[in-house]
Design a protein around this ligand. Structure first.
Ligand SMILES: Nc1ncnc2c1ncn2[C@@H]1O[C@H](COP(=O)(O)OP(=O)(O)OP(=O)(O)O)[C@@H](O)[C@H]1O
Length: 862
């Protein structure tokens, strides 16, 4: 399906521009009229590629049954049925069904959270309509629209290029070719493949250099990108390194459990238990012990993290980023906009080594202000804040920017680039240069004196002036007239106030053991002053890009590690910085907004792009996009990331002992040759209800207050620590002992077996609930480190209690699950077991804390 069928041809790339414009019915200079565009929008639809829906709900539901464990359960159901256990078989069937429903719901939730993300970053395009360029949502583009492209933009639709200025486009998203393609406006042979069509630009690719204009030839699903997305049936699976690690762990554990079950089966049968009965028992053992919900639950915990982060202004583009963020050890951040407001105001001018107040500059430094107006792409209300400030300064000094521009129309432009740090424009044969002081001064031999006259450039005085201004945190730009001979016109120094919230956020990061480094293209003096203002500079630790370039390779990594402010850094060097830090084992978050920052963003463990000020190229390369461009959002995201990782650990720490305990009850009974204190269908009941209503509440735990007061998790730390393993052993033992004790003592006191088993089941769930309470704080006594109220947690407890009451007192369930109503004594058992289990785990935490503290002090540590 291509637009060609709609528009009469799909060979626009082979036609001259004028023919293309005719076919599309548009004047390439004026663009479409608004009415025509609206009509076309109705006719061709929105310019969005609907993500292929993926497998439908039915398919996703059926997939839930595709699991070896479920096969075994179903088999057990059939066996039970055949040997007459109709009710038990029905219960097993019900459990399988319920399991599928729960899995389905969980997965859908995670999927929805993720889908919501892709719509959150708005994409805009510059389009010419009714003869004027304007920004509109890219979704509203229609075939025939005239689109303007500039370096950093993502191509918003398929275009036939009409005008090209040095444009290069990275088409790797489409063709896999990573070298940018040089574009032209010429037709190519009709047979040319997409990669060879120099005269066209394709939706989803990135402009890496230059500017261009083009006519929209296809939108939405009719674009090449749309074609591809339809071909690639995206069954995108929600996996991260952690979910994969866990999935592998679950598989290994399953193998062990199946082996144990087989052994238990053989043992039981050898002792004379009927095979079908034994079979159902070991199936219960296996189902109870295998933590089947683990990978899905982890995906949910992460997805919830994504939602929480988006509320803090940080939009995560890749799920694994949530996990990585929590482990971040270094944040490398921009200055302008991220630590400061990016609201520039010129406060001082200077020439010939003397400051000139803005109020007097209109006469004394007129040409410096004029250069600031002419060599400038902004309007007073729109554009680069640095350039807006220059216009505002001219206005404040009494000049009229519009009149100045009208009198000296621009004939040539060399745009600003971070590499050259300068911009040049030519007006009626007069060339103006503006940019970083060093770069501009290097081109000049003479300088203008305030009020008139010239003298040879006094470089020492200029340097001193720059030192004075930058030390006040001002960004300093120099201006020169290049014709007939280069003369320095003066300096304009602008203020960009630090964000107050950045100060708190930097402080929070530092107390969280995260190193914050500032990387800027600005002058070292300015960088240092701003760093001081937001609380991240110790003056000895600033280095410039030039100094970095001089370092011998052997010293590079160390130097980078102990520098906190990098000034006059080029985008290419950002990549080197990331690599150096990673070589030292750091997990690096790096911000960037320009096209040239993309490699560094991609390389960083967490690439952070700006939603408002950044380019599409940077956003495309990033793992996370900040809607407010604000450093505080990075800090908030790290905080959430840590909380999410904690919740994962909590979930795992709860679920493993719970599951293994369930399996152990059966195993112990078989090994001892004793009757089962909990029968298979009851194990299934416990497994189903507690995993959802107790375990999953951990996903919603609030972030603990102290998360930002402890050091980052060491990148190499395994998920299964000694503490966790100890906890698994302890808690599964507690459960087994409690269940057996309750069962035996009840039997001993003459209670019928159903009542004794019901008590054992309730005791079991009670212990799991008590342990869940303890898991709200993994390492510290929970009552002392109370994480605050959690509605989910409370709801989970209430629902679980309700379900146990239903299981105990509702006759139908009594029949299905072989339970019976019990008396007060039985509930006292439950309460007692829960209290004891809670106390034991809390005591274990205290002992362990004391043990580690003593070990640390013996090693001479604090
Ligand atoms: N529009 C411009 N025209 C000419 N020169 C500029 C312009 N903007 C900035 N400069 C010069 O280039 C230097 C680097 O600016 P640039 O905007 O590349 O820094 P940056 O790395 O983006 O800064 P930050 O890290 O603070 O965001 C500035 O110190 C200034 O001297």
């Amino acid at each position: 399906m291509s637009s060609g069928t709609v528009l009469g041809t799909d060979e626009f790339h082979a036609l001259p521009v004028s023919t293309v414009a005719d076919r599309l019915g548009v004047d390439p200079r004026r663009g479409l009229s608004s009415e025509d565009a609206d009509a076309r929008l109705r006719r061709y639809g929105a310019n969005t590629v609907s993500v292929p829906a993926g497998p439908g709900p039915l398919r996703r539901f059926l997939v839930q049954f595709h699991n070896p464990l479920i096969y075994v359960l179903l088999l057990a159901g059939v066996v039970t049925w055949v040997f007459g256990g109709r009710v038990d078989a029905g219960v097993i069937g019900g459990v399988v069904l319920l399991n599928a429903v729960v899995g389905f719901v969980q997965e859908s939730r995670a999927q929805r959270a993720l889908e919501a993300l892709s719509t959150m970053v708005p994409v805009e395009a510059t389009v010419v309509r009714d003869g004027v360029p304007r920004r509109i949502p890219a979704a509203r583009l229609v075939p025939g629209d005239v689109v303007e492209l500039a370096a950093g933009d993502r191509v918003p639709a398929d275009l036939r290029l009409t005008e090209v200025h040095l444009a290069e486009i990275d088409e790797s998203a489409l063709t896999g070719e990573s070298v940018p393609v040089v574009k032209s406006a010429d037709p190519v042979p009709a047979s040319a493949v997409v990669a060879d069509r120099a005269g066209s630009a394709y939706s989803g690719t990135l402009v890496t250099r230059g500017q261009a204009r083009g006519l929209v030839t296809a939108t939405g699903g009719a674009t090449q990108l749309g074609d591809i997305q339809h071909l690639v049936a995206t069954a995108e699976v929600v996996t991260t390194p952690l979910t994969r690690k866990l999935a592998r762990f679950s598989r290994q554990l399953s193998v062990v459990i199946v082996a144990v079950s087989a052994g238990a089966f053989a043992l039981g049968v050898a002792r004379g238990t009927p095979a079908p009965e034994m079979f159902t028992a070991v199936v219960a053992l296996a189902v109870g012990a295998i933590p089947e919900g683990l990978p899905a639950a982890v995906a949910i915990v992460l997805a919830i993290g994504v939602v929480r982060m988006s509320r803090r202004g940080a939009i995560v583009r890749h799920l694994p980023a949530v996990e990585t963020l929590g482990g971040t050890t270094v944040i490398c951040t921009d200055k302008t906009g991220t630590l400061t407001r990016n609201r520039m105001t010129v406060t001082t001018l200077a020439a010939a080594g003397e400051p000139v107040p803005l109020a007097e500059a209109g006469s004394a430094l007129r040409e410096c202000l004029v250069a600031g107006v002419l060599c400038n792409d902004a309007e007073l209300d729109e554009g680069d804040p640095t350039e807006i400030a220059l216009l505002a300064a001219a206005v404040e000094a009494g000049l009229d920017p519009a009149a100045i521009r009208a009198a000296a129309p621009r004939t040539e432009t060399v745009p600003f680039e971070s590499e050259t740090r300068t911009m040049t424009t030519v007006h009626n044969g007069v060339a103006y240069l503006k940019g970083a002081v060093e770069e501009v001064a290097a081109r000049c031999e003479t300088e203008l004196l305030p009020g008139g006259g010239e003298r040879p450039l006094d470089r020492a005085a200029l340097d001193r002036m720059q030192e004075t201004l930058t030390a006040r945190g001002l960004r300093v730009l120099a201006f020169a007239r290049l014709t007939p001979v280069p003369v320095l016109l003066g300096l304009q120094a602008m203020q960009d106030p630090p964000r107050p919230e950045a100060v708190t956020a930097v402080e929070a990061c530092r107390s969280a053991g995260i190193d914050v480094k500032m990387i800027t293209g600005d002058h070292a003096g300015t960088a240092l002053a701003v760093a001081g203002a937001v609380g991240l500079a110790d003056s000895a630790r600033v280095r410039t890009g030039a100094e970095l370039a001089e370092l011998p390779p052997a010293e590079f990594d160390d130097a980078v590690a102990d520098t906190s402010v990098f000034a006059r850094v080029s985008p290419g060097q950002k990549l080197e910085l990331v690599q150096a830090l990673q070589r030292r084992g750091h997990v690096v978050a790096m911000t960037g907004d320009g096209v040239n920052d993309a490699p560094a963003l991609r390389r960083a463990d967490i690439g952070v792009a700006m939603g408002a000020g950044g380019t599409d190229a940077a956003r495309q390369a990033a793992d996370m996009v900040l809607t407010g461009d604000d450093f505080a959002s990075i800090e908030a995201a790290v905080r959430v990331g840590r909380g999410v990782f904690d919740n994962l650990r909590k979930f795992i720490a709860w679920t493993l002992p719970a599951n293994i305990g369930e399996g152990m009850v059966v195993l112990v009974a078989i090994v001892l040759g004793a009757t089962l204190p909990i029968v298979p269908v009851q194990i299934l009941w416990i497994n189903m209800t507690t995993a959802v209503f107790l375990g999953l509440t951990m996903a919603f735990e609030p972030t603990e207050a102290g998360v930002m007061r402890r050091p980052p998790r060491p990148p190499a730390r395994p998920l299964f620590t000694a503490s966790l393993l100890r906890r698994v052993v302890l808690v599964s033992l507690l459960q087994v002992v409690a269940a057996f004790a309750a069962y035996r003592l009840q039997l001993g006191s003459g209670a019928p077996v159903e009542e004794a088993r019901t008590t054992a089941v309730n005791v079991f769930v009670g212990v799991q609930a008590a342990y869940l309470l303890s898991c709200r704080s993994l390492d510290r006594p929970v009552l002392r480190a109370w994480p605050g109220h959690s509605r989910m947690f409370a709801l989970g407890l209430v629902l679980t209690a309700g379900l146990q009451l239903v299981l105990t007192y509702v006759p139908v369930l009594n029949t299905w699950f072989h339970t019976a109503p019990v008396g007060l004594v039985s509930w006292l058992w439950v309460l007692g077991a829960a209290v004891v289990a809670f106390a034991v785990v809390e005591a274990d935490k205290l002992l362990w804390l004391r043990f580690t503290a003593r070990r640390a002090s013996r090693r001479g540590g604090p």
